[in-house]
Design a protein around this ligand. Structure first.
Ligand SMILES: O=C(O)[C@H](O)[C@@H](O)[C@H](O)[C@H](O)COP(=O)(O)O
Length: 232
């Protein structure tokens, strides 16, 4: 894992966008796995300044909350529409998404697993860091799941968004698994946001363990880890 320290969120966002621009110039139709949340928002804004570069890029949604509809303002779908798909004019034929409604979970997990096997590996996978060391919704646990799967969310992840605690059923997520992440050709790991000091410290101990899924990134040959020192 190549670690670069940047002194602001804007510097992190610019650096990440530069890395993507350089890859997409070599491979315009690359398959881009998109995270949501606070970490990549600035990077997507930077990318949108050069949207002509992205006229062939293909996008796959990395994860989605269960129990809220895709049309919900807090869904990953809505986030991606507002920050990536709309601004970069990613057409529907270049975007792979999935639903999380309870009756669709099984078929959607199979469909997206098959899509990744047929069209993968992912060329670029964007990851943010969860406060508990999660990547996508691969939460700390005794074992991790390689496949695209329905994930049980940690309490701290559910607390991220009030809409997730509103329903009577426990919130869950659907997300790319550890195999999909670890087989990506490049990972851009954005480390920014409040309350992540402990997770960063744990990663920097260079111990690989399922108690911190992000620690597995030490095993990947091409991870650009960008750390915003103003935040963590
Ligand atoms: O939201 C997602 O798409 C990711 O699955 C999730 O892993 C996220 O990257 C981290 O929880 C960090 O979230 P922030 O970027 O909001 O701090």
């Amino acid at each position: 894992m190549k670690v670069t320290y940047l002194d602001s969120y804007s510097a992190l966002s610019e650096k990440a966008a530069q890395l993507i621009a350089s890859d997409v110039q070599q491979n315009p139709a690359l398959l881009f796995c998109a995270a949501t949340g606070g970490s990549p928002t600035g990077m997507y804004a930077e990318m949108s300044k050069q949207k002509e570069l992205y006229s062939e890029m293909r996008v796959i949604k990395m994860d989605e909350w269960g129990i809220i509809p895709l049309s919900h303002p807090d869904s990953c779908e809505t986030y991606l529409e507002n920050h990536l798909l709309g601004p970069l004019e990613i057409t529907a034929d270049r975007y792979t998404t999935f639903d999380t409604a309870p009756d669709l979970v099984e078929t959607e997990c199979t469909r997206i697993s098959q899509f990744i096997h047929a069209n993968g590996p992912l060329d670029i996978c964007i990851l943010g860091l969860g406060k508990n060391g999660h990547i996508a919704f691969n939460e700390p646990a005794e074992t991790l799941n390689p496949d695209f799967h329905k994930a049980k969310l940690a309490e701290s992840t559910i607390a991220h968004d009030p809409a997730l605690s509103a329903g009577s059923e426990p919130a869950y997520g659907l997300c790319v698994g550890m195999e999909g992440i670890m087989q990506s050709k490049k990972i851009i790991f954005l480390v920014t946001g409040k309350g992540k000091q402990e997770a960063v410290k744990r990663i920097m101990e260079r111990r690989i363990g399922t108690d911190c899924p992000a620690s597995f990134l030490w095993m990947h040959p091409n991870v650009e880890c960008l750390i915003d020192t103003s935040a963590v």
